[in-house]
Design a protein around this ligand. Structure first.
Ligand SMILES: [Fe+2]
Ligand SMILES: [Fe+2]
Length: 203
């Protein structure tokens, strides 16, 4: 083979290896990004569950109907269970919750708990439904990233939590209907409980 031929052959081999290295780096970057997104969502969820549990502890106490009180109290317990599960996932990934987010969510949860006694029946139900909607999306997103990372043991738990959040969303949606302020808050906050109930049956 001529010198030029050998040179061309070496260029092809180097190009092929380079392509493999490049592809390998791409997969590594993708994996790192899935992990980063999963940890971000788990930290959000961990602190969000604290805010939700604190808010619901005020919410159920502000309600008069015994059945509604019992349901929101149960939901409070379920949020605390979710927090525990998510905490274990973070630990398994060797990650920690963010202290500043914990403090912020504690403040938010406490403020909402008190405000439930001041702002009437409708708004706490509407905002709880909207919050639950975001939780469903968070756990679905986390399950997606866990699946890309091959974290099979996380997936059933994440789907289960997403399912429970959906049940919470349906409950609060059913309680936020038929209020004269509903069209206005839908226009402002862009979340419509009718759409939730059109997909899921009422509890
Ligand atoms: Fe939850
Ligand atoms: Fe929830």
């Amino acid at each position: 083979m001529s010198l030029n031929g050998k040179f061309q052959q070496l260029k092809v081999i180097a190009g092929f290896k380079g392509h493999r290295i490049w592809r390998g780096q791409g997969v590594l970057m993708e994996t790192q990004e899935h992990r980063r997104q999963l940890v971000r969502l788990l930290r959000l969820a961990y602190s969000g569950e604290l805010a939700a549990a604190l808010a619901y502890s005020g919410h159920w106490r502000s309600l008069r109907d015994p059945e509604e009180r019992a349901t929101v109290q149960r939901i409070e317990r379920e949020e605390l269970e979710h927090r525990e599960t998510v905490g274990e996932m973070l630990k398994a990934l060797d990650e920690k919750p963010q202290i500043w987010r914990e403090a912020m969510m504690w403040m938010i949860g406490r403020t909402v708990a008190v405000s439930c006694f001041l702002i009437g029946y409708f708004l706490p139900m509407y905002f709880a439904g909207k919050l639950e909607h975001a939780n469903v999306m968070e756990y679905d997103g986390a399950a997606e990233h866990a699946s890309h990372l091959g974290l099979e043991r996380f997936i059933p738990q994440l789907h289960e939590m997403s399912k429970t959040e959906r049940e919470h969303e349906v409950f609060f949606s059913s309680k936020a209907l038929n209020h004269p302020l509903l069209p206005l808050v839908i226009a402002i906050f862009r979340w419509d409980p009718h759409e939730v109930l059109a997909i899921e049956p009422k509890p």
